[in-house]
Each structure stands twice: as structure tokens, then as C-alpha cells.
Design a protein around this ligand. Structure first.
Ligand code: ADQ
Length: 469
């Protein structure tokens, strides 16, 4: 931490790792990049359960300038807070999947109490002039609970996933309580302007609030900043990963395996929001409608398992494996397996090599806050032979990359197949021009810039907006 700088305190459900481990998850990647540069305290759940739960002793691990302090949860807290309310109510709802969202009183109660417990444990660790930055949908109530504990400093919040339209959000029984509690934050950050508009729309229509100039919103006597801060990656660092020996090994392995064939890749946590089923069907349609690709392309989907305790995720894995089996059964020859699915994690360097070996990257979520994979793919490319990004119109990353990626409707099998065909046959000049444009965008919006812009807003030192919202 530089002298005179206020300490940054980040709060998120999972803490770390700071190192290049094979852990999948956009939040961990974004935050560790930011914290490693600035230093500070990172507070959250240890990943362990114990009988004492949120009353367990806090454990602190220090790495360089970052202290990581964690507490446990007990089984009931983990069930109600994490598995149920966060992952079965909020995650599907905020991803516009009302059909998958489940609501119940018990988990609502536990979610609130875990937020209260984390605030109670964090409050004694805080200094008055700390900048507290709370992350994601696990902790909507945490800011307001910190206020109850007497903390008067600045508190910001960033939502990594989408904020759905008010028409959908109002289905959540606690929707009013949640948004009112969010107003305890001084700055509320979203990935895109669409998310911000949805949130402000809720404040105005449901809570009688008022939209003010300069990305501000007023509800009753609370006036807060609600603004988009698109998250980025450490683009120069990622580009260096891509030319590391470990990346080189993976790139070579994949190129050897592909031989003359063109490689298509997808890299996503195995989650229904990522549109994997629809993507597989799009690939199948490519082989159906453009038969010249048979034997000439291969598709590797890397999809580490996540939340495998939940039924919807078990079902998804089954469906994907079945679909891959069906496609391979239908088109494979003795020397060609069209589609391969891998559920293991990779280090970030290894992944960078995989991206670099690919001619096309398929990033086709049905809904995604940002999608860092799209940005990593761009940063990892070889300027002498860059690949093409096929990007969902429903990924937050579209806002920055739409002029250069091939933008598709991920629900349309035909659209995905057409875009794939276009990507696979794209001449070098066009590939190169498109990649240059994306590269510029990815390097102009790095994780550093994301972090610094948010913190400047939280400190109240951000330059005023030239064009008020
Ligand atoms: P995620 O839903 O996790 O993030 P994403 O942004 O794509 O989605 O990030 C995934 C991260 O995990 C990437 O950095 C990727 O490299 C890594 N990863 C994926 N598969 C891996 C594997 N097999 N091994 C190792 N690493 C792997 C959430 C939101 C997103 C938002 C981010 C950041 O859902 O919309 O972009 O937070 O805010």
C-alpha cells in the first residue's frame, strides 16, 4: 500500500487464491489481480464448515501486502445462505431465470443472519478511514449491517453478475428489503449500463425513488451513486502468460492433437447460465449444415464442475455428456472425435496456451455479468495468427467488444452455426483487424483500471461525469 493511501478492505464469499492456481471463477481472478497491486485486507468465508460456524476463530494469512482473513460457517449457514438463497434463489433470478428460482422463508432468514454475522466479525477489524468494498450477490445486506455495527466510513458494493429487470426482481419476496439495504452503500457498481438501468428502474418504480444526474439515485433520504464499472483482466500479465513455457506446452499439445484441423474452444464453469447445451447444438448444426467441416474441425469444451451439490448442475452435466456422446456418435470417424469435454481445472498459464491454440473461441452465455474468458482469449492471441471470438449478445463483454467479435443470439442454433462457419473461414486480414480492435478494448479496460475507477468513486475523488446519466 502506498503511503498516504487509505486501506482497501474487500469482502467476498470466497477469499483468494492470490496465486496462479487452477481455480475457476471470475470474481477470484478479478479481485486477486486488483488486491495484489494495491494491498489491503480480504475478508470472507474460509471454505470450511465447523460447529462454531460464523463464531469460529478468524484465521489470517498474509501474502505480500494482502492479509486474507476468513471465518467458517456451520452446516446450517452453508445450506441456507450459500447453497439455497445465494445459489437457488438469487443466482437464477438475477440471470433472468425465474423458472429455476426457488424461494423459501428459512433460507431468507439464514441469508440475512449470515450477512449480519459477517458484518459483526468484520466491524472490529475496521479503521475509520478504511475503504470497504463488498462484492457480489452473497452480501446485499452486509453494508447496512456494518452501519448497524456503527461503521461510518465509505462502503462500496460491486455486483459481478447481472441485475435483472424490475419485472423479474420483484418476484423475490425480499426484493424491497434487499434494494433498501443496498442503499446503505455509498457506491453501487454494475458490470454494464443495462444492469444499472434495471437497478435504478427498481428504485424508481418500486421504491418511489428519483433518478438524479451524475449516476446518482435518491430514495427517501438516501442518495447513492449507481454506476457501471465494467470489470477487466490484467491484460499485459495475461499476454505474458500466453508466451510462458507452460502455455507453450499446452498450445503445442493441442496443436499436435489437432494437426491440420481447426480448433474451437469453450471455457466456462459448468453452469446453466453459460449456454453450453445451446452451444453444443450450435456445433452440431455446423456439422449438419456445413458438412465440409466434418473431419476438419474439433471442439474442446473445458467446463470445470461448480456447485455440483445442486440438482440443476448434476442434471446439466448429464445432459452435456449425453449431448457430446450423441454428436460424437453421429459424426465421429475412426480418426476424428468432433467434440471433447473436460471437467478439470487448469492453471491460468495453461489456459492461456489453450486459448492461443484455438482458431475460434465460443463464448455464448445465455446471460453473463461480464465474462472474463472472452477478454482472456483476446489477450492470449498470437498477433501473427489471431483467433476469432464468437460472443453472445447477452454477455456483459458485448458492450466493449461488439464491433469486432461475431455477436450471436445464443438461443439460436442456426445463428451460432452461421457465426462458427464465418469464423472458421475468415481470411487472415479480417481476423487480424477484428482482433486488433478487441485487443485495444481489452487493454483499455484492465482490472487495474476497473479497481482504480471504482475506488476513486468511493473515495469521492472521481472526475465528474461529462455526460450525466
Ligand atoms: P464467472 O461466472 O466465473 O464469473 P467468467 O467471468 O467467465 O465467469 O470467469 C471465469 C474465470 O474462471 C476465468 O478467469 C477463467 O479463466 C477461469 N476458468 C474457467 N475455467 C477454468 C478452468 N478449467 N481452470 C482454471 N480456470 C478456469 C463471475 C460472473 C461473470 C463476471 C466475473 C467477474 O458470472 O459474469 O465476468 O464474475 O466479475
Amino acid at each position: 500500500m502506498a503511503e498516504g493511501q487509505r486501506r482497501l478492505v474487500c469482502v467476498s464469499n470466497r477469499v483468494g487464491p492470490l496465486s496462479d492456481e487452477g481455480k475457476a471463477g471470475g470474481l477470484a481472478v478479478g479481485l486477486s489481480d486488483a488486491l495484489k497491486r494495491r494491498g489491503g485486507l480480504w475478508f470472507g468465508w474460509s471454505g470450511n464448515t465447523s460447529e462454531e460456524g460464523t463464531f469460529s476463530e478468524a484465521v489470517t494469512e498474509v501474502q505480500d501486502d494482502v492479509a486474507m482473513t476468513t471465518i467458517d460457517m456451520n452446516k446450517e449457514e452453508l445450506e441456507g445462505f450459500y447453497l439455497h438463497y445465494a445459489n437457488r434463489s438469487l443466482w437464477p433470478l438475477l440471470h433472468y431465470r425465474l423458472d429455476l428460482a426457488e424461494f423459501d422463508r428459512q433460507s431468507d432468514r439464514i441469508y440475512r443472519s449470515v450477512n449480519q454475522r459477517f458484518a459483526a466479525r468484520l466491524a472490529p477489524l475496521l479503521h475509520e478511514d478504511d475503504l470497504v468494498w463488498v462484492h457480489d450477490y452473497h452480501f446485499f445486506y452486509l453494508g447496512s449491517e456494518l452501519r448497524q455495527c456503527g461503521f461510518k466510513g465509505r462502503i462500496g458494493f460491486f455486483l459481478h453478475i447481472p441485475f435483472c429487470p424490475p419485472e423479474i426482481f420483484t418476484a423475490l419476496p425480499a426484493s424491497h428489503d434487499i434494494v433498501r439495504a443496498m442503499l446503505a452503500y455509498d457506491v453501487i457498481g454494475f458490470q454494464t449500463d443495462t444492469d444499472r438501468r434495471n437497478f435504478v428502474g427498481f428504485c424508481v418504480r418500486e421504491l418511489g425513488g428519483e433518478k438524479l444526474p451524475g449516476h446518482r439515485v435518491r430514495v427517501g433520504d438516501r442518495e447513492v451513486v449507481a454506476k457501471a464499472f465494467p470489470i477487466g483482466i490484467d491484460a499485459p500479465g495475461y499476454a505474458r502468460f500466453a508466451v510462458s513455457p507452460e502455455a507453450g506446452e499446452h498450445e503445442e499439445m493441442l496443436r499436435d492433437m489437432a494437426g491440420e484441423r481447426l480448433q474451437i474452444v469453450g471455457v466456462d464453469r459448468m453452469d446453466y447460465s453459460k449456454g453450453l447445451v445451446e452451444r453444443f447444438k450450435g456445433f452440431e448444426r455446423l456439422l449438419e449444415d456445413y458438412p465440409e467441416n466434418r473431419g476438419k474441425v474439433q471442439f474442446l469444451q473445458v467446463a470445470p464442475l461448480s456447485r455440483s451439490e445442486l440438482d440443476a448442475y448434476v442434471e446439466l452435466r448429464r445432459e452435456l455428456e449425453e449431448l457430446a456422446g450423441h454428436i460424437n456418435g453421429r459424426f465421429a470417424t475412426l480418426d476424428w472425435t468432433p467434440i471433447q469435454i473436460m471437467t478439470r481445472g487448469f492453471t491460468r498459464r495453461a489456459l492461456a496456451g489453450i486459448y492461443r491454440a484455438a482458431r475460434v473461441c465460443l463464448v455464448t452465455p445465455l446471460r453473463d455479468g461480464m465474462n472474463l474468458v472472452a477478454k482472456e482469449f483476446v489477450a492470449a492471441q498470437d498477433p501473427d495468427d489471431p483467433g476469432v471470438l464468437v460472443l453472445s449478445r447477452f454477455a456483459g463483454a458485448r458492450a466493449e467488444l461488439e464491433d469486432y467479435a461475431l455477436v450471436v443470439n445464443p438461443y439460436s442454433t442456426d445463428d451460432v452455426a452461421r457465426a462458427l462457419q464465418r469464423a472458421l473461414t475468415m481470411p487472415f486480414d479480417e481476423r487480424s483487424r477484428r482482433w486488433e480492435g478487441m485487443r485495444e478494448a481489452v487493454f483499455a479496460g484492465t482490472s487495474d483500471i476497473w479497481c482504480n475507477t471504482f475506488i476513486a468513486e468511493l473515495e469521492g475523488t472521481a472526475a465528474p461525469d461529462p455526460a450525466p446519466a
